[in-house]
Design a protein around this ligand. Structure first.
Ligand SMILES: Cc1cc2nc3c(=O)[nH]c(=O)nc-3n(C[C@H](O)[C@H](O)[C@H](O)COP(=O)(O)OP(=O)(O)OC[C@H]3O[C@@H](n4cnc5c(N)ncnc54)[C@H](O)[C@@H]3O)c2cc1C
Length: 400
């Protein structure tokens, strides 16, 4: 392995490059990123950037000197446009090509667009620094923001916007916001907090179209005919993996770039981070998660395996994510989507402090902690990692 090309210059791509260098890789290391910024962090985009606590300069993942020390062939502001696996080259949008013996794809995801919404002033998505600054600059007392989609991004933006006294309406097609992932109890609890803080939440109804006036959005028309007047609209209806540039490459793509437990998609081609759909042997299923910490862990695991092929270890983490909703931190360890059962295992939701467990098959497959200290949650993470029986989890003594 002498020529490594990493496509995607963000959390997963950077961590992989850093881990390769740290573990002694001294070959040519190219990193290609279509954004012109040096690698930056996305979780604060829906939190500190929108509330105005941080400026974009706080987002940098590493100081310039750390990036320089990696001795990268760093190509920012140019997209990878295709891959020729037979020749082992990546074509760039500027017409150049880069050859590799190992290709690492870390191109993340992009927001799913609302039909007809692109290019209308006042219609926002939230993935990049530019998106966050544009939305931040529109938030202010009394302005009307309609958020289509009450997932984690939608609800975090609602919380940040309420702190700035924005009039917020959340539109959610499901009967209960967030319930598909975190279950009905936790979903109801978080929805209640948003309502208490003055967010209007409309559930079980879809946004059908955007109304405009003077070339800007003026409202959201719902399928049931209601019109929600708006100065701004945030479209937060999920994401699409950035795999279009790989069309024709023969790589297996569906909802993400399919790879095995070693992040391998094909000989010499690997995927890490939000774009990767990999087989997680701990849970015995394929998963694609959009979690900041897991993206970095996957990059580190891949680097270790590439440099120690004889001792390669499958990437079998307990995924972790957090979300900040007002002053409350919610943390989740494990894999929650598609759970069969959920139950409060510790604390009490009514008191705003609870640990909820989730099962799939016979096992505890995830926990969600609301208002719990990090230390207390760690023990439950271990219980997930140990594949604790669901029946036993319910009677485990609460960790101190
Ligand atoms: C608003 C927001 C809030 C979030 N909050 C949380 C949170 O609280 N907790 C949590 O766990 N996670 C959170 N996340 C998710 C977390 O940010 C992601 O899991 C993480 O950024 C994934 O890193 P990545 O490197 O895989 O992908 P990305 O960060 O998406 O990086 C991929 C990079 O590749 C670039 N790229 C795409 N296509 C090409 C191409 N063809 N050529 C070159 N470059 C390309 C992209 O522009 C991007 O720069 C949040 C995400 C967002 C957007």
């Amino acid at each position: 392995m002498r020529r490594v090309v990493v496509v995607g210059a963000s959390a997963a791509g950077l961590t992989t490059a850093e881990a390769l260098r740290r573990q002694g890789f001294d070959g040519l290391l190219t990193m290609i990123g279509d954004e012109r910024h040096p690698p930056y962090d996305r979780p604060p985009l829906s939190k500190q950037i929108l509330t105005g606590q941080w400026g974009p300069e706080h987002l940098r993942l590493r100081p310039e000197s750390d990036i320089e020390a990696l001795d990268l062939d760093l190509r920012l502001g140019v997209a990878a446009a295709g891959v020729d696996r037979a020749r082992r080259t990546v074509a760039l949008a500027d017409g150049s090509t880069v050859s590799y013996d190992t290709l690492i794809i870390a191109t993340g995801v992009r927001p799913r667009p609302f039909p007809g919404g692109r290019g209308i002033a006042g219609v926002h998505v939230l993935r990049t620094q530019e998106d966050a600054v544009a939305l931040r600059d529109r938030l202010g007392s009394g302005r009307r923001l309609v958020i289509i989609g009450a997932g984690f991004v939608g609800t975090e933006v609602a919380a940040a916007a309420r702190r700035r006294d924005v009039d917020v309406t959340l539109v959610e097609s499901a009967a209960q916001p967030l319930a598909r992932i975190i279950g009905r109890d936790a979903g109801r609890f978080l929805t209640g907090i948003h309502r208490e803080r003055g967010v209007r939440i409309l559930t079980g109804v879809r946004a059908a179209a955007l109304d405009t006036a003077d070339d800007a959005v003026s409202g959201v028309r719902l399928e049931d005919g209601r019109l929600l007047p708006a100065d701004d609209v945030l479209v937060a209806i999920g994401s699409l993996p950035n795999t279009d540039w790989l069309r024709g490459s023969g790589l297996d793509m569906g909802d993400g770039l399919v790879c095995d437990a070693y992040s391998r998609c094909a000989p010499g081609v690997h995927a890490v981070g939000d774009v990767a759909r990999w087989f997680n042997p701990l849970f015995g299923c394929e998963m694609r998660v959009e979690h900041r910490t897991t993206a970095s862990e996957q990059g580190m695991a891949l680097a270790r395996n590439l440099l120690n092929p004889a001792d390669a270890q499958p990437f079998a983490p307990v995924p972790y994510f957090w979300t900040d909703q007002y002053e409350m931190r919610v943390q989740a360890h494990g894999y929650l989507p598609g759970h069969a059962e959920s139950a409060v295992l510790d604390g009490d939701l009514a008191q705003g402090r609870a640990l909820i467990g989730y099962s799939r098959g016979r096992h505890l497959t995830g926990v969600l902690a609301i208002g719990m200290p990090f230390g207390a949650v760690r023990a439950w993470r271990t219980a997930v990692a140990r594949r604790t029986e669901w029946a036993a989890a319910a009677s485990l003594p609460a960790p101190a």
